[in-house]
Design a protein around this ligand. Structure first.
Ligand code: APR
Ligand code: ZN
Ligand code: ZN
Length: 362
């Protein structure tokens, strides 16, 4: 058993607190990870605000990298000393999706079986089955993906969630390839990652759309070829004008709202693809659209879950592109903070000048 410091959301809408927690030694199929860095993501805040479920107390943090400290007796995929990025989709290998050779859609991903607890024994619910705002965390061994140990922990840990979601929305879900035109609506961490992914894949035109000029400036740094401030200009018309009057081949919605999804629907070319990677709230409805438009425009309307990534395939590849200087993951790290800075980072998230605050452990 290990006693470590961790960021816990004890009650609905209450500020998070720094607690001492108990982390068990790894049992079969598990790994104990000494966390090096963990990004602050909207989903952590959603847990605290009751938007996910009410299984308080939550151990927050899930975009992380670290060093494996110990593994269960039967674990062979990773070993103590390995530098890993944590993922929240450890594939099972034998569900319907895995059986048909599509493990990126695995329907039975797993987490550690033993519980981390508060000192009084209260079990913690780790955010997305990870819980990495902690000096050490316990995960399923399959949640550890080994990557190049030379990489900067704060930068590559972000592949564990939002940045992978964005890059994957473009490359895996949207099928962006060389020469295509792409529009990305919403240029926060996820949207900007979709822009970086589109640039990596060789898209010819990459249109960034946001209502905030600061976000558009960052989007240009990550590869956007054009920008549209949709609080001033009609997004659909602007995207059409920048694509020969037709619309983009792929439009990625990275806000998670009905009205921006509707813009995405109409801003794509005939036979184009819409990718929804922004996360809607339960009260939102698909906007009213004539069914004849759905039929007549052809193409596909997709959602992207975690960028439809396969961590074992995508994490090491993207880390290598990063270390080669071809994918600027450093650009996503706005600031490095201490473990006591999470509540303040939640506040800054709303002000809009942060892509990611990253907790770094010494
Ligand atoms: N049109 C265009 N852009 C918008 C609009 C709008 N109507 N409303 C908000 N935005 C922009 C914001 O200005 C911001 O830049 O969308 C961006 C959202 O970014 P973040 O709040 O930083 O969120 P991010 O981390 O990128 O996640 C995007 O995916 O993971 C989910 O819950 C997350 O739904 C959210 C989405
Ligand atoms: Zn499976
Ligand atoms: Zn996240």
């Amino acid at each position: 058993m290990h006693e470590v410091k961790a960021v816990v959301a004890k009650a609905l809408k209450e500020p998070v607190s720094l607690e001492t927690i108990l982390v068990p030694d790894p049992g079969p199929g598990e790994a104990l990870v000494k966390v090096q860095a963990c990004g602050v993501c909207h989903t952590d805040l959603h847990y605290r605000e009751g938007g996910i479920n009410d299984e308080f107390p939550f151990l927050l943090g899930h975009e992380a990298s670290g060093i494996v400290e110990a593994v269960g007796d039967d674990v062979t995929s990773v070993a103590p000393g390995d530098f890993v990025v944590l993922n929240w989709r450890a594939v099972c290998g034998d569900c319907r999706a895995c059986d048909r050779g599509e493990p990126q859609y695995c329907f039975a991903t797993h987490n550690a079986t033993q519980k981390m607890t508060l000192l009084d024994g209260t079990p913690l619910s780790p955010a997305l089955g990870i819980g990495a705002f902690a000096e050490k965390t316990l995960v399923a061994a399959g949640q550890c993906t080994k990557v190049d140990p030379e990489a900067r922990p704060a930068a590559v840990g972000l592949l564990g969630c939002g940045v992978m979601a964005g890059i994957g929305a473009a490359i895996n879900t949207g099928g962006v390839t060389r020469g295509k035109s792409v529009a990305v609506i919403g240029c926060g961490g996820v949207g900007v990652a979709a822009i970086a992914g589109s640039a990596l894949a060789g898209a010819k035109t990459i249109i960034a759309v946001d209502i905030d000029d600061k976000k558009l400036e960052t989007a240009v740094k990550l590869g956007a070829t054009h920008t549209v401030n949709s609080s001033e200009t009609d997004a659909v018309e602007a995207i059409q004008a920048l694509t020969g009057g037709f619309g983009a081949d792929v439009v990625i919605e990275a806000v998670g709202r009905p009205e921006t999804w509707k813009q995405a629907f109409y801003a794509r070319d005939l036979a184009g693809t819409v990718v929804l990677v922004g996360v809607p709230t339960p009260d939102m409805k698909i906007p009213e659209i004539p069914l004849a438009d759905v039929f007549g425009r052809g193409g596909s309307l997709k959602s992207s879950w975690y960028g439809d990534c396969l961590p074992s395939r995508d994490f090491p590849m993207l880390v290598d592109l990063y270390t080669q200087g071809r994918l600027d993951l450093d650009a996503f790290v706005t600031e490095e903070i201490g473990i006591d800075g999470v509540e303040a980072a939640f506040d800054r998230m709303h002000q809009g000048d942060v892509l990611r605050s990253v907790v770094v452990f010494s």
